[in-house]
Design a protein around this ligand. Structure first.
Ligand SMILES: Cc1cc2nc3c(=O)[nH]c(=O)nc-3n(C[C@H](O)[C@H](O)[C@H](O)COP(=O)(O)OP(=O)(O)OC[C@H]3O[C@@H](n4cnc5c(N)ncnc54)[C@H](O)[C@@H]3O)c2cc1C
Length: 434
C-alpha cells in the first residue's frame, strides 16, 4: 500500500515511475482470494474511514464508489467474559445494562473527565488506559482491542505512535470524553466513521491503485537485491523470476520494503549506512488467520455482530474471531457463514506455528464452546504471517529519525512503509504526507 501510494503520487506529479515488486502481484499483505465460494482476506479485513482527507483521497483515486459499507449489525461487538460472549456497549443505555465491566469498573470509567492530564513523555497504551479509564477497562477493553488491531499487548505499544489522536485529545481537552464531544465539530472528521471493504475484498483497493499506473511501470517478480549510490543517481539491481539479474539507473529511490527485509538488500555507497540497524529494528509477532466456513444451521449463536475478542485473563487459545459473512456481503455461499479467527500474536506466538491440524481442531473446540458450533467446519484454511504487523512501539521514534537522517544524507533516497507511518490502512495511504 505505501509503495503503491508513493508511486501514484509521483506519477500524478509527472514523474516516470517503476515499481519493483518481488511477488507475483502488487498489494503486499492485502490479498483477497476466492476459495470454494468463500471470499478470504489474508491481510486487512476492514478499512476504518474516519477522516475526510482519507475519504477525499479515495475519491480522487476513483475507488470510493466501489466501497461497501459494513452491515449495521456489525456495530455490535462482543468480548469473552467468564467463558461467555458479552456484548460491548454502543450507547449510554447499553453501557448501563452491559456486564462487560463490574459496577465499580463502570463508575471508574465515568470518572475519566476528572482525571488529570498525563505528564509522561512516552507512555505505553496500557498505562494510558489504566490511568484514564481504570484497570478493569484495560483488562476487558484495552487488552482484547489491542490484540485485535496490532496482535500485541497494550503494555508493548506506545501511545504517541499507536494512538496519537488520543494523546492529542487528552492534552488539548484534558479528557477523552470532552475531546470526543469536541471532535464532532472537527471539519476533518466524517459525521460517522465508515467501516468499509470492497465487493472483491480488500485487494480491490490495491489492484485499483495499480491500475491507475501505466502497466509498463509495474515490474512483478522483480526482487531488489542491491541499491547503490552513484554520483547523483542510483543503481538498482533486480532479480527476475530466473537467476539472471538486471541493472536499472534512476534519479531517486523510494524504499517501501518492510523493516524486517531491509537488511536483505545490499546497500552500497551510502552516507550513514550504520542507521539501517535502527531503521530495520521493528518488533513483529507471528499471526495465523484461520478461516472456517459452516452451514448456517450448524451454529447456535446468531452471529449478529462484528465478532468477538478475547481478553488475556480469559486464558483461551485464540485472540478473537470476525463474523466475516455478517460484516460484508458475498463472503460465504448462500446458507453458509465464514468465521475468521486470529491466533498467535504477542500473547501466544508459538500457537501461530502449530501444525494445521492442531490449529483447526483447537479453533473448532473454542467455537463449539463459545458459539455453539455443532459440526466440523464445511470449509477450512489457514494463512500464516511470520512477521505480521510492525509494532508502533517506543522504537518507532528511532526508526523515523533513522529514516529522516538517511534521507538527508543521501539526496534522492526516501523511505516509507507501515513500520514508519503505522499499520492502519488510512495511515499507509497518507504515508508520505505525515
Ligand atoms: C493479518 C493482517 C491483518 C490486518 N488487518 C488490518 C485491518 O483490518 N485494517 C487495517 O487498516 N489494517 C490492517 N492491517 C495492516 C495493513 O494491512 C498493513 O499495515 C499494510 O497493508 C502494510 O503495507 P506496507 O506497504 O507497509 O507493506 P506490505 O504490504 O508488507 O508490502 C511490502 C511489499 O514489499 C515487497 N517486497 C519485499 N521485499 C522486496 C524486495 N527485496 N524487492 C521487491 N519487493 C519487495 C513485498 O512483496 C510486498 O509486496 C493488517 C495487517 C495484517 C498482516
Amino acid at each position: 500500500m505505501t509503495g503503491l501510494m508513493s508511486a501514484w503520487r509521483a506519477h500524478k506529479s509527472g514523474d516516470s515511475v517503476t515499481i519493483f515488486e518481488s511477488g507475483k502481484c502488487t498489494g503486499g499483505v492485502l490479498q483477497s482470494k476466492n476459495s470454494d465460494g468463500f471470499l478470504l482476506d489474508y491481510g486487512a479485513n476492514t478499512l476504518s474511514l474516519r477522516r475526510k482527507d482519507v475519504s477525499d483521497l479515495m475519491e480522487e483515486l476513483g475507488i470510493l464508489g466501489r466501497a461497501i459499507e459494513a452491515n449495521p449489525e456489525a456495530n455490535l461487538r462482543f468480548i469473552v467474559k467468564n467463558g461467555k460472549l458479552v456484548s460491548l456497549p454502543h450507547s449510554l443505555s447499553s453501557f448501563l445494562t452491559s456486564s462487560f465491566l463490574s459496577p465499580f469498573g463502570k463508575l471508574r470509567l465515568l470518572c475519566e473527565p476528572f482525571i488529570a492530564k498525563g505528564q509522561k513523555i512516552d507512555e505505553t497504551v496500557a498505562d494510558f488506559i489504566s490511568r484514564r479509564l481504570g484497570k478493569e477497562a484495560l483488562t476487558y477493553a484495552g487488552n482484547p482491542f489491542l490484540s485485535g488491531v496490532y496482535a500485541a499487548r497494550p503494555e508493548s505499544l506506545s501511545l504517541t505512535h499507536a494512538f496519537p489522536g488520543l494523546q492529542e485529545m487528552e492534552q488539548s481537552h484534558g479528557s477523552l470524553f470532552k475531546g470526543m464531544i469536541k471532535s464532532k465539530k472537527d471539519p476533518n472528521r466524517l459525521p460517522k466513521t465508515r467501516l468499509i471493504s470492497f465487493p472483491l475484498g480488500m485487494q480491490e483497493l490495491t489492484d485499483h491503485i495499480s491500475n491507475q499506473l501505466p502497466a509498463s511501470s509495474i515490474r512483478l517478480q522483480s526482487k531488489v537485491l542491491k541499491i547503490e549510490k552513484i554520483e547523483n543517481q542510483w543503481r538498482v539491481i533486480i532479480q527476475g523470476d530466473g537467476a539472471s539479474t538486471e541493472e536499472v539507473i534512476c534519479d531517486s529511490v523510494i524504499c517501501s520494503i518492510p523493516a524486517h527485509q531491509l537488511m536483505s538488500i545490499e546497500w552500497s555507497g551510502l552516507q550513514g549506512d550504520e542507521l539501517f540497524k535502527d531503521l530495520s529494528n521493528a518488533r513483529h509477532f507471528p499471526l495465523a488467520l484461520v478461516y472456517h466456513g459452516y452451514e448456517r444451521k450448524n451454529i447456535f449463536h446468531p452471529l449478529n455482530g462484528f465478532g468477538f475478542l478475547v481478553p488475556e485473563v480469559e486464558n483461551r487459545k485464540i485472540l478473537g474471531t470476525l463474523f466475516s459473512s455478517t460484516i460484508f456481503p458475498g463472503r460465504a455461499p448462500n446458507g453458509h457463514v465464514l468465521l475468521t479467527t486470529f491466533v498467535g500474536g504477542e500473547r501466544q506466538p508459538d500457537i501461530a506455528e502449530w501444525e494445521d491440524k492442531k490449529i483447526h481442531s483447537m479453533v473448532q473446540d473454542e467455537h463449539a464452546d463459545l458459539l455453539g458450533t455443532s459440526k466440523t467446519p464445511f470449509f477450512k484454511k489457514i494463512i500464516r504471517w511470520s512477521k505480521a504487523i510492525p509494532l508502533p512501539d517506543q522504537s518507532m521514534q528511532t526508526r523515523k529519525q533513522a529514516a529522516r537522517k538517511l534521507e538527508e544524507q543521501n539526496p534522492g533516497l526516501f523511505f516509507t512503509g507501515s513500520h514508519l507511518c503505522g499499520p492502519p490502512l488510512p495511515s499507509c495511504m497518507q504515508a508520505d504526507m505525515i
